[in-house]
Design a protein around this ligand. Structure first.
Ligand code: FAD
Length: 317
C-alpha cells in the first residue's frame, strides 16, 4: 500500500523505522528477529520499514533481499534508491524487483555526487543518466505512472552541496513538482529550527507530508561523527548535558532515548508533521524505550495519539 494512503487512513501519529542491510546471513537473521519484535504487539505497529541502499548500488542485492524478507513479515517496505555512480540498469532492476514483490514505496535519492563533477580530469567522461534526485523522481513517474509512492530527502540544515538555504528549498520544491509524494528529513537536534524550516517549506508551496528523521543518540563518538557529517546544529543545552556523561555509554544511550522522546513530543505538539521516521542504526533498545516512554503501547488511549494528528490534518487541508 502506498505510504500516503496509509498516512491518511492512520488514526493518530505514526512512526516508521529505518534499517540498513547487514553484511552477513547471521546478521540478516538477527535483524529480521529484531524487526519482527518491533513490529509485533504490544509494540505499536510501524506504518512502514525503510531499507537503505548503499551509494552507487553497493548493497543492491542485500538491500533487495532485506526488503523481500520484510515484506514476508507482513510489514510495508520503503526502499531507498540512489541514482548516481551506478548503471541505469541497476535502477531499472531495483524498480522491477520492487514491483514483483508488491513494494510500492520508494525513497528517491541522488546518493554521492555524480561522476560528471570529475569530468575535468576524465578524458572520456561517461555521463551519469541521472544527475539529481529530481531526475529519478521524474523517471519513475514516466516509467511507472502512479504505481510508486515516491519520497524524497529534505534538509532542515541545507545539504552541504547547496549554494544556500534558498537554493536547497528551491530544489526540494523541484523534486516535489517532479512528482514526489512525501518528504523524509535528514536528522536534526534543533527542534525549533526544524519547525521553522517546515513552516518555510509550507510558505514556498511544498504541500507534501514532511516526516522528520529522528536519530536517537546511541553513543558519544557516533553522535559527534554524524553531527559533523551532516553539519546539523546542536543546541547548547544538549552539548552541556552530554559533556559530563560522554564516556559513559549506558548513560549517553539513556539520555539519547529521553531526548528523542522529548523531540517526538515537541514535533507532534506543533501539529506540523503526521509521523516520525526513526533512524535505528539497526538497534532495537532505544526505539523500544522511546515508544514505551511515549505510551504508544497497543493499549494506550487512541484519543491521546489522535489529537495532534487531527491538528495536522486541519493544517494541510
Ligand atoms: P538531491 O536532491 O539531488 O540534492 C543534492 C544537492 O543538489 C543539494 O544541494 C540540492 O540542493 C542540489 N540539487 C538538487 N536538485 C538539483 C538540480 N536539479 N540542479 C542543481 N542542484 C540540485 N544515501 C545513500 O547512499 N543511501 C541511502 O539509503 C540514503 N538514505 C537517505 C535517507 C534520508 C532520509 C536522507 C535525508 C538522506 C539519505 N541518503 C542516503 C543521503 C543522500 O543520498 C545524500 O544526502 C546525497 O548527497 C543527496 O541526496 P538527495 O537525494 O538529497 O540529492
Amino acid at each position: 500500500t502506498q505510504l500516503t494512503s496509509l498516512i491518511s487512513s492512520h488514526d493518530g501519529p505514526f512512526h516508521t523505522f529505518e534499517f540498513f542491510p547487514p553484511r552477513t546471513e547471521a546478521g540478516l537473521v538477527n535483524l529480521l528477529d529484531r524487526i519482527g519484535r518491533l513490529a509485533a504487539a504490544p509494540m505499536p505497529a510501524p506504518l512502514a520499514v525503510s531499507v537503505t541502499w548503499g551509494a552507487g548500488g553497493s548493497t543492491a542485492d542485500k538491500s533487495l533481499e532485506l526488503a523481500e524478507q520484510v515484506v514476508k513479515l507482513g510489514v510495508e517496505v520503503i526502499l531507498h534508491l540512489t541514482c548516481t555512480n551506478m548503471a541505469k540498469e541497476k535502477v531499472d532492476q531495483a524498480l522491477e524487483k520492487c514491483r514483483s514483490l508488491g513494494i510500492t514505496n520508494i525513497l528517491a535519492l541522488r546518493g554521492d555526487p555524480p561522476r560528471s563533477e570529475e569530468y575535468a580530469v576524465d578524458p572520456n567522461p561517461q555521463p551519469d543518466f541521472f544527475q539529481h534526485a529530481d531526475d529519478l523522481v521524474r523517471y519513475i513517474r514516466k516509467e511507472y505512472g502512479d504505481y510508486f509512492c515516491i519520497g524524497v530527502a529534505g534538509y532542515p540544515t541545507p545539504h552541504s552541496d547547496s549554494e544556500s538555504a534558498e537554493s536547497d528549498l528551491h530544489y526540494l520544491k523541484v523534486k516535489c513538482d517532479a512528482g514526489a509524494d512525501y518528504i523524509i528529513t535528514q536528522l536534526f537536534y534543533d527542534v525549533e529550527g526544524f519547525l521553522e524550516w517546515v513552516t518555510t517549506c509550507r510558505e514556498r508551496g511544498i504541500t507534501q507530508p514532511i516526516i522528520p528523521g529522528i536519530m536517537p543518540i546511541q553513543n558519544f563518538s557516533s553522535f559527534r561523527r554524524l553531527v559533523n557529517l551532516t553539519k546539523c546544529p546542536v543546541p547548547e543545552s544538549i552539548t552541556a548535558d552530554l559533556q559530563p556523561i560522554s564516556s559513559d555509554d549506558a548513560a549517553v544511550k539513556r539520555y539519547g532515548a529521553e531526548l528523542a522522546t522529548r523531540m517526538v513530543r515537541q514535533v507532534f505538539q506543533s501539529g506540523l508533521v503526521p509521523g516520525v521516521h526513526f533512524c535505528t542504526l539497526n538497534l532495537e533498545k532505544s526505539v523500544r524505550t522511546i515508544l514505551e516512554n511515549l505510551g504508544w503501547s497497543a493499549t494506550s488511549d487512541p484519543n491521546l495519539r489522535a489529537s495532534p494528528f487531527i491538528r495536522y490534518n486541519r493544517l494541510i487541508e
